[in-house]
Design a protein around this ligand. Structure first.
Ligand code: AHR
Length: 493
């Protein structure tokens, strides 16, 4: 079978926003404790931050990290996690029914983010708390000094403001599982009021309102419309969360998960633009896909069905080659929407459905999904280009017939990278038509392929790694494979 892809430097979608390559650290399971933070680990720094994990985070190329939740944030008191370690309370975390020691909090996270080279994306609790606590947190973080909250931060040894730009107004507030969940009207009003107060503290911050917790929720789209009716003027972004379960639908539907993401992004944008028209506003709302990934969610043991534990090993899924191809394809979908999709946070960073896994006291390793993320974050530069693509079709149970090959490209004037997947079970030869670029020379072709069921484990951490070849304009795409195909082109403006 054959696929044909034609590219032209003028088929521009928009600039590659580096915030698309974000991730997420939640106080959940072993993401923080024995994940990023493990005092006494042989590779921990004097503050207990695991340097082996930090090395992998930098290699992954993560640009933005959302913190501290997730469901966790909806019952969290940020004050518990600042100040002298010995004074911090042990709390029962209601989201995951775990013990939260508060040994790691805001200022530890900010130090970690600085070492990781990542921009923080801070979430406020709009489940059990409200306007005053949200505004006070912005004051603690972003005001230089001379006010109670800012001086408290100074007293905690952080003399310079953290200057956090990006803020989430709560998390998944339509989810019945969320502590303090709300109706769309309740949440929309609260988000508008909290956002208003937070921007009074620091007008330069950017705010993300919660969209519905998923495109399959009964609230989807109606929730977004109502929330924006209330909060359009205060917010800059609307969140979208999406997870794909390899065991929920037929195999082909899972492999074509990016079809679902494309439709979800388009639906949220259409809803936001509908509200824009109704309110007669000129500003466009952009999207923050601030939780996305593959997740074997049907294996989740609900918090109600577990006992209360200290640092439980929750949702530590082992990812396969197929899962990595799907992650690579979701990144292609995200790039395709670069004109309106501004932030992406893969959920989560360490241990929790994560590209990086650790053992307590032991090693850290790269899961299969680490590789397409790391190479996309490294290679996607400049402007996203929309290709003209013809490809053989594959039949899926959920989406009908869809193209077996999906692709997008980026170009920074001379460096062209084509990101492509074969999500079908038959090989496809991909012909690239690059005539519009004038001359071009081959570069690196990074490929992830092989037995679709293979995983990386602590005992076999590098069983699945990409192979690197010289690029050509006639590329064999093996079944279930991910590719980044690079060229150097003549300079174009
Ligand atoms: O990422 C795991 C959980 O999934 C998050 O806490 C929540 O926001 C989502 O439902």
């Amino acid at each position: 079978a054959v696929a044909r892809l034609t590219l032209d430097p003028s088929f521009a979608v928009g600039p590659v926003d580096r915030r698309l390559f974000g991730s997420f650290v939640e106080h959940m399971g072993r993401c923080v404790y024995t994940g990023v933070f493990e005092p006494g680990h042989p590779r921990a720094d004097p503050d207990g931050l695991r340097t082996d994990v930090l090395d992998l985070v930098r290699e992954l190329g993560v640009t933005t990290v959302r913190y501290p939740g997730g469901n966790f944030v909806s019952a969290y008191r940020w004050e518990d996690g600042v100040g002298p370690a010995g004074d911090r309370p042990r709390r029962l975390d209601l989201a995951w029914r775990s013990i939260e020691t508060n040994a790691f909090g805001l200022n530890e996270f900010m130090r970690w983010a600085g070492l990781a080279g990542a921009e923080p994306m801070m979430a406020v609790n709009l489940g059990t708390r409200g306007v005053a606590e949200a505004a006070e947190l912005v004051e603690y973080c972003n005001v230089d000094g001379g006010t109670a909250a800012a001086d408290l931060r100074r007293k905690h040894g952080v003399t310079r403001p953290h200057d956090i730009r990006l803020w989430c107004l709560g998390n998944e507030m339509d989810g019945p599982w969320q502590i303090g969940s709300r109706t769309a009207d309740e949440y929309g009003r609260l988000a508008a009021r909290a956002g208003h107060a937070m921007k009074r503290v620091d007008p330069s911050i950017e705010l993300v309102a919660c969209g519905s917790s998923g495109a399959d929720m009964p609230t989807f789209a109606a929730w977004e419309a109502t929330v924006l009716e209330h909060a359009y003027d205060q917010v800059d972004y609307l969140s979208l969360h999406t997870y794909y379960d390899p065991e929920r639908y037929d195999d082909a539907s899972f492999r074509a998960s990016a079809v679902h993401l494309d439709a979800a992004v388009d639906a949220v944008l259409a809803t936001a633009d509908h509200v824009r028209a109704r309110l007669r506003r000129t500003k466009y709302i952009r999207l923050a896909l601030d939780e996305w990934n593959v997740w074997y969610q049907s294996r989740l043991v609900e918090p109600e069905d577990r006992g209360i534990e200290d640092t439980p090993a929750l949702i530590e899924d082992d990812f396969t080659v197929t899962d990595a191809m799907v992650v690579g394809n979701l990144l292609i979908s995200m790039l395709r929407h670069a004109d309106r999709l501004a932030v992406g946070c893969q959920a989560q960073l360490v241990n929790i459905i994560a590209p990086i896994r650790t053992l307590p006291g032991g090693p850290a390793w790269r899961q299969t999904i680490f590789h397409p993320f790391a190479h996309t974050a490294r290679l996607a530069r400049g402007t996203v280009l929309r290709p003209a693509l013809t490809a053989p079709v594959m039949t899926t149970g959920r989406y009908g017939d869809v193209p077996a090959v999906d692709a997008v490209a980026t170009h920074d004037g001379t460096r062209l990278t084509v990101f492509a997947v074969n999500r079908g079970t038959a090989p496809v030869t991909l012909h690239l038509d690059l005539r519009a670029f004038g001359g071009h020379t081959p570069g690196e072709h990074v490929m992830l392929a092989g037995d679709p069921h293979l995983t990386n484990t602590a005992a076999h951490p590098d069983r699945v790694t990409p192979s690197v070849h010289r690029s050509t304009t006639e590329v064999l795409l093996p079944p279930v494979s991910w590719h980044a195909i690079g060229f150097t082109t003549e300079e174009t403006s």
